[in-house]
Write a protein that binds this ligand. Structure first.
Ligand SMILES: Nc1ncnc2c1ncn2[C@@H]1O[C@H](COP(=O)(O)OP(=O)(O)OP(=O)(O)O)[C@@H](O)[C@H]1O
Length: 447
């Protein structure tokens, strides 16, 4: 009987270990919540002081403080680590809020993040300054970018779109009012289209007008036709569409000045024009010219895009440009346009020069991170903006059919914009399936 009990206990224990092993691989969130989080929390609590000490993150209090608080001379007080203000477990990691003492700054803690990661046995440690004097250590217990699951609670806003997951487990959002124009770069098969698809899926649900420029004959964007207010599929159409957008920008500025305001969002709601997001797929198709005669049109298009980039934020027209490279080889004005696109999402690229094109001017420390993106991780990218901050992100998998279905479902949100009506694409006749992408023809332009 005793033997049977032992066998049953051993079998139960083995099943438990097997179950945990399975959960670790197949359900890392569950494993983290049940096993990783309690262990890490305990390890953090026990070793915090010693770890901060060996990482050089302790400071000796000032003489005055030593005297007032402890009533002893400064040399008698041991260096102390930052005060822990809050510890919070999440489904992907552990968050610790620290109050930095005088003499320590956020960059000191960020510089030690690799050492902290090893000390506490977590996948990554990101350091975020939450307000002056406070930093949050965002630890992730496992590689959250391996299989992307977006957080349940997402930041919402009239022009905020969650697009991907950051490696600290938070959502990466495109906030058009904060970063109006953006550039997405990446080599073939790096995940640019997936990124655009996630973006469109989010944008389609908002009260915005979407304008597509896809000079690969619309292979990517034609599927979104029901939700597009305009679509250009050739450089000639794109040139005419950009002229119309610039004219729209000028008339919106007249509206602003008539109401004595300088920003679209300051207009009374009933007269406020709908914001527009202009999505340009494979920008090189617009810029490259086969013949001398095309150069004039190309230069005009670049100029119109630069004008939109410089001024259109105030009147709610936002640029979202995507390509494989974006440097001076694209011609006159290309780098001037790139400077306006301060949001950057750089996927795997073929050479360091392209990574520098993408991030060298806004977040130079992130250039190296781009060069380390593995080819077997499509969809992983480095996102940076002009604040100098950057993070690794990865989009969830969204199929073309899913994106097309969202566009169909929200077709009723497509605004009627008379100026863009000639460019309004006809919707595909059949709903698109994943196996059979359907192409639609844009309506011919009529005068
Ligand atoms: N976030 C992701 N997670 C998993 N797989 C992804 C992700 N992003 C992209 N992929 C896969 O990688 C492959 C290439 O993706 P995608 O078509 O988006 O790349 P691309 O950069 O647009 O390529 P191209 O320039 O050749 O059109 C696809 O098979 C896609 O399913």
């Amino acid at each position: 009987m005793a033997d049977l009990t032992t066998v049953l206990e051993a079998t139960g224990a083995l099943a438990g270990v097997g179950g945990l092993g399975y959960a670790k691989v197949r359900a890392p969130r569950v494993y983290w919540s049940l096993v990783g989080l309690p262990i890490t929390w305990g390890r953090f609590t026990v070793t915090y002081g010693a770890t901060m000490d060996v990482c050089g993150l302790t400071v000796r209090p000032s003489g005055l403080r030593a005297f007032v608080v402890r009533n002893v001379a400064r040399r008698e007080v041991q260096p102390a680590p930052p005060k822990v203000r809050r510890v919070r477990g999440t489904s992907t990691g552990l968050r610790v809020l620290l109050r930095l003492p005088a003499g320590l700054e956020p960059t000191d803690v960020a510089a030690a993040s690799e050492r902290l990661r090893h000390a506490w046995g977590v996948h990554s440690v990101n350091v975020v300054e939450t307000k002056p004097g406070f930093v949050e250590l965002r630890m992730t217990g496992y590689d959250v970018l391996k299989r992307v699951r977006m957080p349940r609670r997402l930041r919402a806003g009239s022009m905020v779109v969650p697009v991907a997951l950051r490696d600290d487990g938070t959502a990466f959002v495109r906030d058009y009012r904060k970063v109006p124009h953006a550039l997405t770069l990446g080599a073939n098969q790096s995940g640019k289209s997936m990124y655009q698809r996630n973006l469109i899926t989010g944008l389609a649900k908002l009260s915005v007008g979407l304008v597509g420029i896809d000079c690969k004959r619309g292979v990517e964007q034609s599927a979104y036709a029901p939700r597009l207010s305009a679509l250009a599929t050739t450089p000639e159409m794109a040139s005419e569409l950009l002229d119309v957008l610039v004219a729209e920008m000028e008339s919106r500025f007249d509206l602003l000045s008539a109401h004595g305001v300088s920003d679209l969002w300051d207009l009374p709601e009933k007269v406020r024009p709908v914001p527009l997001v202009v999505l340009v797929d494979e920008v090189a198709e617009l810029f490259l010219t086969a013949a001398k005669k095309d150069e004039e049109r190309r230069d005009r298009m670049v100029m119109q895009m630069v004008r939109l980039g410089q001024m259109a934020r105030a009147i709610g027209i936002y640029l979202e440009i995507c390509g494989q490279r974006f440097g001076s080889e694209l011609g006159k004005g290309a780098t001037m346009l790139r400077a306006q696109l301060t949001g950057r999402v750089i996927h795997r690229v073929n050479d360091k020069q392209t990574a520098e094109m993408g991030l060298g001017d806004v977040a130079p420390e992130a250039v190296f991170a781009v060069t380390t993106i593995a080819p077997d991780r499509p969809g992983v990218a480095v996102a940076g903006d002009s604040s100098g901050g950057w993070s690794r992100i990865r989009t969830p998998e969204t199929s073309p059919a899913e994106a097309a279905a969202v566009c169909r479902e929200h077709a009723h949100l497509t605004p009627e914009l008379p100026a863009l009506a000639p460019f309004r694409p006809a919707a595909p006749a059949e709903p698109m399936t994943d196996d059979a992408p359907s192409l639609i023809k844009p309506r011919p332009i009529t005068d």
